[in-house]
Design a protein around this ligand. Structure first.
Ligand code: ZN
Length: 298
């Protein structure tokens, strides 16, 4: 999954800065995984590994964006909004990276080369565009309609995650006794559970609701959310690496791999449309009267 910092509703500078620690540590870890894997791969000739590197690259981008968002969001009120617009875009890029990796390595045998498989990545691209737009838009609802804001933001991240995870849910819940199952399934299960736990911390705001002020530095739900998200990404990466290794021969013989133009085109479209969304909403910030957007520190 797909996960990162879909809201960051931290009220204070100290909370925001302390929550930037987890993404910055995880950024170093995922970069180390990316570089060490790259080092042992003949990237030019091993086209089977290209989707993995797209995924691993995107897993470095979202902790970087999240870390920057938490660090620089206290510069000004508009800077805070723009930082999180970029954070949302990075989360969606990671979502697309996950879809590309799942399409290449984790789609169950029964789905390989079906119509669903053919449209899986193109629709994931469309989802990232819509999701970035919805999540950015949700920030304009924080003051006037906080409940709607929360619903829109949760929807913006839940539905691309659900779409990306359909092949995994199929394996977990419909193919438990099937021969295509392998050791990766255990990691897919753990990844799903960790994502649910991250969602719980994000929405429940525990434990600070029980003792306001006591968890501003350590133990804030948003920190726990980030820890769960990073662990979920680690588990997802292990699952994808196992699928890639264990299913290599079968997939090379039976599936139509994504070509370089398909992968590059998907990433390019995601970047262009997501950045267009971010630029549009950033420009909108400066057209709205200050009190309407900035009454509340979130
Ligand atoms: Zn955050």
């Amino acid at each position: 999954m797909l996960s990162s910092c879909p809201s960051c509703p931290l009220p204070t500078k100290k909370g925001s800065h302390s929550s930037s620690v987890t993404p910055s540590i995880s950024l170093r870890f995922f970069m180390w995984r990316f570089v060490t894997t790259l080092y042992v791969t003949d990237i030019q000739n091993d086209s089977y590994s290209w989707p993995l590197f797209v995924y691993m690259g995107s897993s470095c981008v979202y902790p970087l964006a999240s870390s920057c968002a938490h660090t620089f969001s206290s510069m000004s009120k508009n800077a805070r909004h723009i930082c999180y617009f970029l954070d949302y875009g990075a989360v969606n890029l990671f979502s697309l990276g996950s879809a590309i990796a799942y399409s290449a390595y984790s789609v169950p045998d029964a789905m390989v080369s079906t119509t669903f498989h053919d449209y899986y990545v193109p629709l994931a691209v469309l989802n990232t565009v819509i999701s970035t737009g919805l999540s950015c838009y949700s920030r304009f609802l924080e003051i006037q309609k906080p409940r709607l804001c929360k619903m829109v933001r949760v929807l913006a991240f839940a539905y691309p995650y659900t779409w990306d995870s359909l092949p995994i849910f199929y394996r977990l819940f419909l193919l438990s006794a099937d021969g295509v199952q392998n050791e990766a399934v255990l990691y897919h299960q753990k990844h799903t559970a960790m994502t649910l736990l991250a969602s719980f911390f994000y929405s429940a705001h525990l434990p600070e609701r029980l003792a306001p002020g006591r968890f501003d530095y350590i133990g804030h739900s948003h920190q726990l959310f980030h820890v769960c998200v990073i662990l979920a990404t680690h588990l997802q990466m292990e699952a994808i690496l196992l699928d890639k290794t264990l299913r290599r021969e079968w997939l090379l013989a039976n599936s139509r791999p994504l070509s370089f133009p398909q992968i590059a085109g998907a990433i390019f479209l995601c970047l262009i449309f997501s950045l267009s969304n971010i630029i549009y909403f950033s420009a909108t910030l400066y057209r709205i009267p200050e009190p309407e957007l900035h009454k509340k520190e979130t």
